[in-house]
Design a protein around this ligand. Structure first.
Ligand code: NAP
Length: 280
């Protein structure tokens, strides 16, 4: 039986720490959340972020633009938020509607306010290990490993998925912690042959049931980043939890694993931004 990497519980602890820290700081961190259009999933994510902020003393401000606002107006809004001293963190909820260039929009955010860590400056800092902000999902995975005393040093880590927001930064973070890292993707032949080598296996694909028990080494630490819906609409990951849990040493549940950690890391990045701007 594997130990469950309980992201829900750890995220709660982190939120309590952040709340206490803010109460001591004498400064209210401000997070601007920009949403464009009416994507229902984006609406849910933005609402979660606002609830999390309120729960721990971060002032969140939502800027909602209609889909037809256009990129120029969005860039103007970002420029204004960049200038405002009461706003320490800015995030633009992705995906943006058609016609908006996400890369251009992200590059418009001042790097010191880029709490998602998607700006090229912050991506570059991750490459060289000189971290400012870390992208929330892979940072949440690292926090979870640390909390459970799982040291990546000397271990074989396999990251399945190579997206800019999860797979690549996750691999870099594991590498900086002295794991020997392999990244897999849709063109990797015989995925199982690679994943079976993993002491730490991170699945970040978005395909229900991709990782089955025969693809996992006995005693591996299995982290499931994915948030998929099964045929009944139930939230699930890439890992076949029922099959894999008995052979893993540690495993994240979906939901309740990486998801809550991602949300907690955004709060941590926001408080870090506020401290840096205010030189606390
Ligand atoms: P993404 O941008 O779609 O990337 C998916 C990656 O998986 C790509 O690199 C793709 O390879 C690879 N892939 C696709 N099919 C594969 C296969 N059969 N075998 C091996 N690799 C395969 O997704 P993402 O944004 O990184 O998100 C991944 C998952 O994590 C999604 O389920 C998403 O909902 C979830 N997610 C969760 C959180 C959270 O807070 N828990 C946060 C972000 C994302 P190619 O590069 O070759 O196409």
């Amino acid at each position: 039986m594997a130990v469950i990497l309980d992201g829900k519980q750890l995220a709660e602890q982190i939120r309590a720490q952040i709340k206490a820290e803010i109460a001591e700081m004498g400064l209210t961190p401000g997070l601007a959340v920009v949403i464009v259009g009416d994507n229902p999933a984006s609406r849910i994510y933005v609402d979660h972020k606002k609830t999390d902020c309120a729960a721990c003393g971060i002032r969140s401000e939502e800027i909602a633009l209609p889909e037809e606002a256009g990129e120029e107006q969005l860039l103007t809004v970002i420029a204004e938020l960049n200038r405002r001293p009461d706003i320490h963190g800015i995030l633009v909820q992705m995906p943006l509607p058609k016609g908006y260039c996400e890369k251009k929009v992200i590059q418009a955010i001042a790097p010191e306010k880029d709490v998602d860590a998607f700006h090229f400056v912050n991506v570059g800092r991750i490459m060289v290990g000189d971290y400012a902000f870390l992208p929330c999902t892979p940072a949440g995975v690292m926090a979870l490993l640390d909390h459970y005393g799982i040291d990546p040093a000397g271990k074989r880590a396999v990251v399945v998925g190579r997206s800019d927001i999860v797979g690549k930064p996750q691999a870099m973070m594991l590498l900086h912690r002295n794991a020997t890292v392999t990244i897999c993707h849709s063109k990797t032949p015989d995925l199982g042959a690679v994943t079976r080598e993993a002491d730490i296996l991170v699945a970040a694909v978005g395909r229900t049931g991709l990782i089955t028990a025969d693809m996992v080494k006995r005693g591996a630490v299995v982290v499931d980043v994915a948030m998929n819906r099964d045929e009944n609409g139930k939230l699930c990951g890439d890992v076949d939890f029922a099959e894999v849990e008995p052979i893993a040493s540690y495993i994240t549940p979906v939901p309740g694993g990486v998801g809550p950690m991602t949300r907690a890391m955004l709060l941590q990045n926001t408080i870090m931004a506020a401290k840096r701007v205010s030189q606390l």
